[in-house]
Design a protein around this ligand. Structure first.
Ligand SMILES: [Zn+2]
Length: 140
């Protein structure tokens, strides 16, 4: 089943990310002043404070920086256990808190290569939301 989640909502500052996601593209802002790649997408650089950003299509690939397997949890996520909560380090630099899906829980390791997958968010009320960025092991 899909993991439940309350997805982030599109707004004026992050709309290129969500427009890209609808086309299965990972579109991120990059600071034009210091070249920092910004996560979560917004039009201000957390490194230098510049509001001069460019949007570009990122590779959508990265590696697992850290992860945990959740086997018991209260609330709406309980039906989705076990699931993987992870930090993925994108090849462009940012570390993204996310889920690893379509994976063998006995095989997952730090450093594993992963690729983006956009899943439909389903909130507590069963309503569909904007796409969510998750990752799955890269098929080699
Ligand atoms: Zn900057």
């Amino acid at each position: 089943m899909n993991l439940p989640s309350n997805a982030a909502q599109p707004n004026l500052e992050n709309s290129p990310f969500f427009e890209g996601a609808l086309q299965e593209k990972l579109v991120l802002p990059k600071c034009k002043k210091c070249e920092f790649v910004i996560w979560f997408p917004r039009e201000i650089c957390p490194e230098c404070g510049s509001q001069n950003v460019d949007w570009f299509e990122a590779s959508g690939t990265g590696s697992i920086y850290s992860f945990t397997i959740t086997r018991r949890i209260p609330g709406s996520w309980s039906k989705a256990t076990p699931f993987v909560l992870a930090y993925v380090e994108l090849d462009e630099g940012p570390r993204v808190m996310t889920n690893i899906v379509d994976c063998d829980l006995t095989q997952i390791r730090i450093g594993d290569r992963v690729e983006k997958v956009f899943e439909e968010a389903v909130d507590r009320d069963g309503e569909n939301g904007p796409p969510l960025l998750r990752f799955r092991p890269t098929k080699s």
